[in-house]
Each structure stands twice: as C-alpha cells, then as structure tokens.
Design a protein around this ligand. Sequence first.
Ligand code: BES
Ligand code: MN
Ligand code: ZN
Length: 488
Amino acid sequence: MQISLTERALGTLDCDALLVTFTGGELPSSLKTLDETMGGQISRLMKAGRLSAERGAMSEIFTPEDVGPVRVVLLGLGEQELDPVQLRDACADALRGLSCRGMERIAVDLSAVQTQARALVEGLLLGAYRFRGYADEQKPGVNLLLLGSVDGSPLPGSVEEAVRQGEISGRAVIAARDLVNEPGNRLTPSAFAERASDMASERDLSCTVFDEHDLKEMGMGLLLGVSAGSAEPPRLIELRYECGHDAPTLVLAGKGLTFDSGGISLKSRENMGAMKMDMGGGAAVFGAMQVLADLRPGMNVVGLICASENLPDGRAQKPGDVVQACNGMTVEIISTDAEGRLVLADVLADAVGRLSPDWIVDVATLTGSASVALGDQAAALVSDNDDLAGAIERAAAASGEKVWRLPAYSEYAEALKSDVADLKNSGGKTAGTIKGGLFIRAFAGGLPWAHLDIAGVAWTDRDKGIHSKGGTGYAVRTLAALPDAMMT
Ligand code: BES
Ligand code: MN
Ligand code: ZN
C-alpha cells in the first residue's frame, strides 16, 4: 500500500473512490467546487435527506465521466465528533468495504478530521489490511491512498506530522499481523529472527540474534527445555533502540512461540492450528520497536523476543522434569503446555544480568484464562508496580487498546511453590493469568515489572473495526506509546 499526502485537489484526481467524511449532517466546504461541477447533485441529495449522516453510513454517488474520481463516497460520522477509537473503527470499516469490492485507488478528504489525522490514517491502513497468504489468485484491494482535501484547500501544517505518525504506527501493526498470520512452518524461530534483522537493517535499530549454541552457553535451560522437543532450533532476538544520550532503559520482552502444540502435555486437536499465533507477544515487540526506531522517544528500549516451538518428541521435556534458568533458579515442570512463562523467565533473568534495565515489561499470549476473565475486549495487565502499571494504562488509553489490571497479590504466588525445585510452572486452575504473571515476576530481579497477557486479544475470528480476521497486532501501539507515557 502506498500513501501520499497531496496538495492537489482530490476532486480532480483519477481514482476509484473519493471518500469524504462528515459530522453533524453537514458536508465539508471543501466539497463545494466538486458539487458545482456535478451540477449541485450532492447538495440536492443532502437537502432531500438522502445522505445518511449516521455513524458508519456510506452513500455512494457516481460522478460524470469527466470528473476524476469514479464515485464520491460520503461517510457519515454521526452527530458529534467521534473519539479516536470510534473514528479509527469507522474509517477501517469503510475502507474494508471499498477494498472488498475491489477498489484499488482511494482518495480521502481530511478537511473534516484535521485534528484526528493520525487516528484516521491508522484506521484506513488497518481496515484495508488483509494477509496476502499463499493462494495463486490474489483478490484486488486498496493499494493507493491519496490524502488531502477535495478542492485542494490547504490543510494545517500539523496534519503532515500526524499522517506520518499514523502511517508509521499503522504499518507496524500490519507487520505484526503479518507475522502472526504466517503459518508455523514458514515462520520458524530462525525465520522470525531473519525478519527482525531485515526490519532493523532498514532503520536505525541494531539486531543481535542468539542461536541455540549461544543460548546453551548463556545457560538458558528453561528456553532450551521448551525447544528440546522440536527440530527447529530456538532463537533469542534482541532489537535495540538507543536514543543517543544518557537515558534509562526499558526492556520489552515478547513470547515468540511460533507454534505451541502443548508439548508432551499435548493440547486437544480442535483448533490446534490457531497456536501458530502464540508468537503474538513477540510480534507486538517487533512492531513496537519498528515504531520506536522511527519516532525516536527519549529513552533507550531493548526489545527481546524468545522464539521457539513447543513440540513433543523423544527429546521433549516431560512433566516432572526439573530445569534450570540462566540465573540458577530451578523449575519443576508440571505442564509442558505452560511453556510461555518458562521462555520468558529465562529471557528476563538474562536481561536483568546482562542489560541492567530500569523497567521490564513482558507481553505474551500466556493463558487461556485471560480470555476466560476478559474475553476478546481487553488485555490483562499484571504488575506489582503502580507507577509502571499506571504508565501502561496511560499508554493504552492513548492508543485506544484496552488493558485491565488484575491484582498481583503475593498470596497467589504460593501456589507456585515446588517440593523439588525453586518453583513449579503451573499453580492449578484458578487465577491462572495472575499466577502466570507472578511466575515471570520471580525472574525480574525485583525491578519494576509489568506483564500483559494478550491471549484473548491477539487473534480474532471476525472482521470488525480496525481488526481483520486473524492476527490483530494487539499491543503494538500501546507498547510504542509507553516510553512517552512513562516520561509524563
Ligand atoms: N499459548 C497458550 C495460551 C493460549 C491459549 C493462547 C489460548 C491463546 C489462546 C499457553 O502456552 C498455554 O498453553 N497456557 C496454559 C497454561 C496452563 C497449562 C497453566 C493454558 O492456558 O491452559
Ligand atoms: Mn502452552
Ligand atoms: Zn503457549
């Protein structure tokens, strides 16, 4: 998809549709000249009450042959100005509709939504998104977005920067979705690492990949234990953004299980294929680092993605095994399906020792319990640090993604005590999301830490608003907003 902001009058440009939003039943004045060219057709329909101003309503008016756009699509945004979440969703639904009908070149009038151009661009990009896939036949869809005003009247200078930010953030969410949607046989841990190093090499971001030999030397027994049953070697991917001056460091750690079969504690066969999405946390870190490299906040950020498969074979770890993390702590395996916390524990322990960060935030599709508790509407936040949790809540409010904090009572951690090791990796059926978080906390070295469980939100089965079927790219925008939220 190509996006360009133009000073030319959109009403004269050759395109499949000119999308014009309007609020409160009033058409933007930028439509006046085009309306005159069309013999006052648009304003007549408006007066006759034939153009619905309801939120999400689309009215389509075909233009005469000599007019650039084939049609004008009027998108109602309701009576009052929408908040950014509603605007993103409305624009996304509109674009999805046009794209599904095979339209390729869309012009969008920004004059009525100048102050919300960032949300608008995010909505347009995300609504038009679809995973390319591997079918021979490719359906046509939107591939060009021309942004500006219908009559070429100048937009405020701030619009350009807002469009740039919207494009950076939208594209990063798309990159994360592409990773999540990629089949497990194609996005192996090493392929994930290659994607990360390609992404980093295109920007001011450094990428280091630790392979299975490095991980062995580093003593990462929990990560290696999880990958032991797989023929694909694991990778620890490190993406580093440096802000260029003496500044504190935030670590973002993402669970990157490119496929989770459950291991010896094998999952049931129904829907097991969905577990290719178990690297959604890693994809969120990938996307967030992509945004941060372009928007350059005043804080150092290190993104860590632990990429592994979890499969059962003769070498796989077994319930009852005891494994050792790189900081020396031992863990009794109760369920090989509680693997996310194991890989993250090792990664956090390594980060604490090697990077001495100031804060650690991990993000993972960690527990089915997160969707039992919150459904598909919010990520679960677990943290014992009110400042960091508050910053994440502010970042989520800014991005429009929902997070809901669960209590990190230390009493819950008692369920993780083992008779034979420092900890066990599962603490029974209740409060699963909290216990999963508290397990990881035990490896954060007492640093300010927070955990986002995105198991309920990283994948969706329906097209709605900014989310299209498949990977959602959830948490990319919240994590990308976090450094700024922490500094305010
Ligand atoms: N990847 C799963 C969690 C998951 C479930 C993500 C559904 C997305 C959708 C995770 O590794 C897992 O298997 N968790 C177990 C933990 C249990 C064994 C303590 C779970 O939720 O059942
Ligand atoms: Mn699992
Ligand atoms: Zn998993």
